[in-house]
Ligand binder design. Structure first.
Ligand code: NAD
Length: 497
């Protein structure tokens, strides 16, 4: 029976006034499993108002108390993350082990946020001038909006909300309408952890909800993750309404395989990074750049491994699940058709895969395409599916030109045994996250996640110290406490004495 997936406000489900809904499907069976509420402007305002009302008390809650609640949340999440992983698989399609990995990466940000008393410490300068001390403090912004994509329904929100809450803000999360249930499970966990009503809220919906978050004066910042055109729109609209905005966009991630690389290691990495989570990761490798004479061997090794991948229902013993929706599956397949028509060689073809799952599931098997050239749409566009293109180049310099000419700059990797080449690559490449013999270089929670160029709009990356800075405003305070012996008035501009 189909369930209704509602909003969440003041630590309980909130139906809202809207009657509009969108279907949520299980991608492994193709069946509709629920209907998610789509907020009206009034629903959005009600949820934002609740977050605004909760802000003054939460802002004044001691760091000791906030930290205790964060620890409670971390313990509950750690004990019960298997439940969350199953919910993710049922709406996103990724295999359960991968969903569990996503939750664990999100949990690392919760653990980072547990150190908030240390992270929020300001500076203090005694006697900057005679009897004058200067110090800095960081204060929360107020209501902060988080807008997330379908591909990481738990991890991406967790890049932001643990730090936002720890620093004293109240949160309105707008999840993807394709897999909205994870957000409600997380909201219930916060309530169980002792978070006061109104501090963490969920607003389900589409553009209407997003636009209200971008324009409502009570919302002070927006953290967005999604495709580049929407990221650009969110950044332009949010900043035009005087909000602090970080908008992470799409990607086209290259792996450069130098002739001296360990080809087995590189082939394993290409398969993991190209086809893991059916390629629906912003850090997936979709362009494998084979340098020099190794291309034939490398393609053969990747093909052999790709052919062994079991595609099927993520709750079964599968390596790779379905794509998120039928429309997305068909769009990805159309890129394979286009590559073939453009003259590229389909080495492994996922279009007619025999999947271990429902006959109406959104299946597309691993696909390896060789002899791709930079003008083909299979290279120029972010496909966001299990499609790995091989681009053959003559030299390291050709590879670097290719990577740096690409409009995106999220992640990249180099495979080599030459430390000097790797060092040159890390220095020259115009990409935000770089792997050296590591295919998916997602930074740990205490570093910050973010790309360059069309992969990020705004100045702040996610989590790490960037996260603490994004969710706080700095104040510098200059104070003078005079000795009892003081007397007299001084009207001059303050000077250092
Ligand atoms: P999307 O841009 O379609 O949706 C993202 C969010 O924006 C969703 O919450 C959605 O409801 C909302 N949205 C969609 N259309 C909108 C519109 N016209 N106006 C206002 N809001 C709108 O992205 P998606 O398909 O859910 O996710 C996949 C994309 O996200 C890929 O491009 C991927 O690279 C990117 N992504 C990037 C990162 C990163 O860190 N850079 C991480 C994960 C995903």
């Amino acid at each position: 029976m189909s369930k209704t997936i509602s909003h969440w406000m003041n630590n309980e489900a909130f139906a809202g006034a809207s009657t509009a809904t969108a279907p949520v499907t299980n991608p492994a069976t193709g069946t509709v499993t629920g209907e998610v509420a789509l907020a009206t402007i009034e629903d959005a305002r009600t949820v934002i108002d609740a977050a605004a009302e909760a802000f003054p008390a939460w802002r004044d809650t001691s760091l000791a108390k906030r930290t205790q609640i964060l620890f409670n949340f971390r313990e509950l999440l750690n004990a019960r993350k298997g439940e969350l992983a199953k919910i993710i698989t049922s709406e996103h399609g990724k295999v359960v082990s991968d969903a569990l990995g996503e939750v664990s990466r999100g949990q690392e940000v919760v653990e980072f946020a547990c150190g908030i008393p240390h992270l929020l410490k300001g500076g203090f300068t005694e006697n900057a001038s005679t009897k004058v001390d200067v110090f800095s403090i960081r204060q929360p912004l107020g209501v902060v909006g988080v807008i997330s994509p379908f591909n990481f329904p738990a991890m991406v929100p967790m890049w932001f909300f643990p730090i936002a809450i720890a620093t004293g803000n109240t949160v309105v999360l707008k999840p993807s309408e394709k897999d909205p249930s994870a957000s409600l499970w997380i909201a219930e966990l916060w309530a169980e952890a002792g978070l006061p009503p109104g501090v963490f809220n969920v607003l389900q919906g589409d553009k209407t909800a997003v636009d209200e978050l971008l324009t409502n004066p009570k919302v002070k910042s927006v953290s967005f993750v999604g495709s580049t055109p929407i990221a650009k729109y969110v950044y332009a609209t949010g900043t035009a309404h005087d909000k602090r905005v970080q908008a992470l966009g799409g990607a086209k991630n290259h792996a450069v395989i130098l002739p001296d690389a360990d080809l087995d290691l590189a082939a394993d990495a290409m398969v993991n990074a190209g086809f893991g989570s059916a390629g629906e990761r912003c850090m997936a490798i979709s362009a494998c750049v084979a340098v020099g004479p190794i291309a034939d061997d490398l393609v053969a090794k990747i093909a052999e491994r790709a052919a062994g991948i079991k595609t099927g229902d993520g709750t079964k013993d599968s390596d790779m699940g379905p794509l998120v929706t039928k429309a997305h599956r068909d769009k990805v397949a159309s890129y394979i058709d286009a590559g073939e028509a453009d003259g590229a060689k389909i080495v492994v073809d996922g279009r007619n895969v025999k999947a271990d799952g429902g006959q109406d599931g959104f299946w597309l098997g691993p696909t390896l395409i060789d002899n791709v050239t930079p003008e083909m749409s299979v290279y120029t566009d972010e496909i966001f599916g299990p499609v790995l293109s091989v681009i053959r180049v003559e030299s390291y310099d050709d590879a670097m030109d290719l990577v740096n000419s690409n409009p995106y700059g999220n992640g990249t990797a180099i495979f080599t045994n030459d430390g000097g080449a790797a060092r040159r690559f890390q220095n020259e490449v115009q990409v935000g996250m770089v792997g050296i013999n590591v295919p998916i270089p997602v930074p740990m929670a205490y570093y910050s996640f973010g790309g360059w160029k069309a992969s990020l709009f705004g100045d702040s990356h996610a989590h790490g110290m960037d996260g603490v800075q994004f969710f706080t405003r700095q104040k510098a305070i200059t104070s003078r406490w005079l000795d009892p012996s003081h007397g007299g008035i001084e009207l001059g501009f303050p000077q250092n004495q």
